[in-house]
Design a protein around this ligand. Structure first.
Ligand code: ATP
Ligand code: MG
Length: 238
């Protein structure tokens, strides 16, 4: 056998192979959460997966939070932005309310698990004394104010009720009180906020809870790192 010299084409490739080799590090897993109830209620599930965030997003201003696992990090987003980050693969997985997923369509996401956290209901509410059933029966054109325009549009279309939708970004409860709208579509849990503002819920649109959402490409490419996290979530919820 002759020399140990490599074929020239391999020799050329070697340095590149080396660079590639050094660059391949363990897959970093990015988990997208929103602060408040979703972060708080996801924390026990993360703990079940052996993941402990190193900071409390309520106290820290950091948007990227490390964890006790070097290759796992948490990013803190506005609740409505969580599906977007996961869709584009900027986060590998996340937790988002069904309200947000319904409103945005949830395209390009796996939704493998209902985490049964942040439970509430999507409801239609009106000012105390407003005869909602009668307005609907009479085919009146309802003015509806909401942050959930798409959800409201679909709900009233299915009922055959004509509505004028007014998009709001918060404090929906105010709208019927000052004559901006006849009704609102909003999340209700205890009903305390409605009551405090002299409103009543008149119709349930859907029960709401938060879902685990996963980027399909991440699952393929980082399966080994992601599977234990997903398994722990499934087990903790079962
Ligand atoms: P903000 O209230 O600061 O404007 P937000 O409404 O986007 O922000 P949260 O109020 O923390 O954020 O809601 C996040 C998610 O928690 C919602 O998408 C919904 O799924 C759930 N949620 C909202 N309100 C309630 C509630 N009253 N009870 C239970 N879960 C809720
Ligand atoms: Mg809110």
């Amino acid at each position: 056998m002759g020399s140990a010299a490599l074929h020239p084409s391999y020799e050329n490739r070697l340095p590149y192979a080396k660079i590639l080799f050094y660059k391949v590090s363990p897959a970093v897993i990015t988990i997208a959460l929103s602060k408040g109830r979703i972060f708080d209620e996801t924390l026990p599930l993360l703990n079940a997966a052996g993941i402990r965030p190193s900071e409390d997003p309520e106290r820290s201003r950091k948007l990227i939070i490390g964890t006790n696992q070097r290759e796992v990090r948490v990013i803190i987003l506005r609740a409505t932005d969580v599906p977007t980050y996961v869709q584009y693969g900027a986060a590998d997985l996340g937790v988002a309310g069904k309200d947000v997923l319904d409103e945005q369509g949830g395209q390009g996401l796996y939704q493998p698990l209902d985490l049964n956290i942040a439970r509430c209901r999507m409801m239609v509410a009106v000012r105390n004394g407003f005869d909602y059933q009668r307005a609907v029966r009479q085919g009146a054109r309802l003015k509806v104010a909401t942050k959930y325009v798409q959800t409201a549009r679909e709900h009233f279309a299915a009922k055959g009720v004509h509505v004028d939708l007014i998009k709001l970004y918060g404090s929906m409860e105010l709208a019927p009180l000052v004559g901006l709208a006849d009704a609102i579509v909003d999340l209700v849990s205890t009903g305390g906020t409605l009551k405090a503002n002299n409103l009543v819920a008149v119709e349930e649109i859907a029960p709401i809870s938060s879902r685990l959402i996963v980027n399909p490409a991440s699952l393929k490419l980082k399966r080994k790192a992601m599977q234990p996290i997903l398994d722990a979530f499934f087990e903790a919820v079962a």
